[in-house]
Design a protein around this ligand. Structure first.
Ligand code: KDG
Length: 316
């Protein structure tokens, strides 16, 4: 099938209230939800992206629909569900970084099920992106993700999986079991050291990379926070340093990383080139409050890559 989309993601979008710094009493209205952040990041960087989810038939759901329209993200896979609410979360900032508090139980997206996944949309995309959060929000949403992965495999769509383990959403043993199952079909895996440690006890980056490949991931991009990332294709391991910026809020930086990576992979970059661009995009996304507002545009990423003495990959 002709691939008319670079990526489609499945998961839960959220309305975000983001504290304007530690101790502040005012919260900035914005948008979040890891997989939604990912498709918006990719679209801002030039990708053709679509989303699969449900939102409530409420003001927040309409605000999200308007957001995707303004960001160029296709929404034929998003259902507006009467009688259900759109989920939301609060971000607060303290000495340990940011913390999330959710109000999402029973949300429209958590009522998604496997019938929400349009095969034609998954088949039209080069990549399907999903995450541990998409699987954690409910068993029916988890079924929808597994259905999307099966349809991706059937239709030659590559699967990208961000572990995004959120202990507040589900127990570690279930998260680990689902991660293992999903990794069997996974082309590209985005874990972070802290998350894998919580699930498996492993702490050494080399051990985590090996664990990920052994579980089935073809390419592993291990996020090391301020220390950058490790890109492993199995035979080759490359370390890329992070770009230093004045960071105020890292909410959604990992989602921006995934979106940027998929955007450049879809354009034909190899994993190291894609991760180099993604490292820059993710760093830039931490300069303002909110998961979505500070997401960078392609020209800014290319200028930073150039400033590093590397020729940016300008393919669309
Ligand atoms: O990666 C940032 C996301 O975690 C944030 O936007 C909220 O999706 C979210 C979640 O479930 O934590």
């Amino acid at each position: 099938m002709t691939k008319t989309l670079d990526l489609v993601a499945i998961g839960e979008p959220l309305i975000e209230f983001n504290q304007r710094g530690a101790g502040a009493r005012d919260y900035l209205f914005g948008y979040g939800g890891d997989t939604s952040n990912c498709v918006i990041a990719a679209s801002r960087l030039g990708a053709r992206a679509a989303y699969i989810s449900r939102v409530g038939d409420d003001g927040f759901g309409r605000a999200l629909m308007a957001l995707w329209a303004s960001e160029g993200v296709q929404t034929q896979g998003v259902t507006i569900q009467p009688g259900a609410a759109t989920g939301l979360y609060f971000v607060s900032h303290g000495p340990q970084g940011h913390e999330f508090e959710y109000r999402r139980a029973g949300s429209a997206a958590s009522q998604m099920d496997s019938r929400d996944v349009p095969e034609s949309l998954v088949a039209a995309a080069k990549w399907l992106h999903c995450s541990g959060i998409s699987q954690a929000i409910s068993t029916s949403a988890c079924d929808a993700v597994l259905q999307a992965v099966a349809l991706a495999r059937k239709n030659g769509t590559l699967v990208s999986y961000d572990l995004n383990f959120r202990p507040r959403l589900w127990p570690a043993p279930r998260a680990l079991a689902l991660a293992r199952q999903t990794l069997q079909d996974c082309e590209l895996f985005f874990p972070s050291v802290d998350e894998v440690e919580l699930l498996t006890g492993l702490t050494d980056p080399a051990d985590i990379v090996k664990w990920s490949h052994d579980a089935g991931a073809k390419t592993v991009i291990l996020k090391l926070g301020a220390r950058g990332c490790l890109v492993s294709t199995g035979p080759e391991l490359t370390r890329l340093p992070a770009m230093a910026v004045q960071a105020v809020d890292a909410t959604g930086a990992g989602d921006c990383f995934a979106g940027a990576c998929l955007r450049w992979l879809a354009a034909g970059s190899d994993a190291v080139q894609a991760a180099r661009h993604a490292n820059v995009a993710a760093a830039l996304s931490t300069r303002g409050f909110g998961a979505v507002d500070p997401l960078p545009r392609r020209a800014e990423v290319e200028a930073c890559i150039k400033a590093q003495g590397v020729e940016p990959d300008r393919r669309s």
